[in-house]
Ligand binder design. Structure first.
Ligand code: ZN
Length: 149
């Protein structure tokens, strides 16, 4: 199992770099995704971004209801105008839960494990988790965006 980096740590504040097509097809990345998945599940997480395990690369793993999905070089290409506020937590900030405003739905473009371009429209919880995890790739934590009372 991988060690989860906790706040404050400068790795969590870096802008992660994109993976090359060569890297995507490498055994090293396959192994990292397997280890990230295991780490996420053991910690009861629903999403994990590579910077949270010390790798400053644009890769996230999501535990959706049906399956585990790895998103490589993910980009939000469309977001709903509507937003909603829900409480969030983060494996890198244990014990902290705060309300965060997010878009209701987002359309994502990303590469799968075979390096093929995929488009996914996500709504509700999946949309929220994706926005949270993509923020990690840009060095943003949910506490930065938490609603102030
Ligand atoms: Zn997080």
């Amino acid at each position: 199992m991988l060690k989860i980096i906790t706040h404050p740590n400068s790795i969590l504040r870096q802008t992660a770099r994109e993976l090359t097509s060569e890297e995507i097809l490498s055994q090293k990345i396959k192994k990292l995704i397997e280890e990230m998945t295991e780490t996420m599940l053991k910690n009861n997480g629903i999403g994990l971004a590579a910077p949270q395990v010390g790798q400053s690369i644009r890769l996230i793993a999501i535990n959706s209801e049906k399956e585990i999905i790895a998103f490589i070089n993910p980009k939000i290409i469309k977001k709903s105008w509507r937003k909603n506020i829900e409480e969030e937590g983060c494996l890198s900030i244990p014990g902290v839960f705060l309300p965060v405003k997010r878009h209701n739905s987002v359309t994502m473009e990303f590469l799968n494990l075979a390096g093929e371009k995929q488009i996914l429209k996500a709504k509700n919880l999946l949309a929220r988790v994706l926005q949270h995890e993509i923020d990690h790739l840009d060095g943003i934590l949910f506490i930065d965006k938490a609603e102030k009372n």
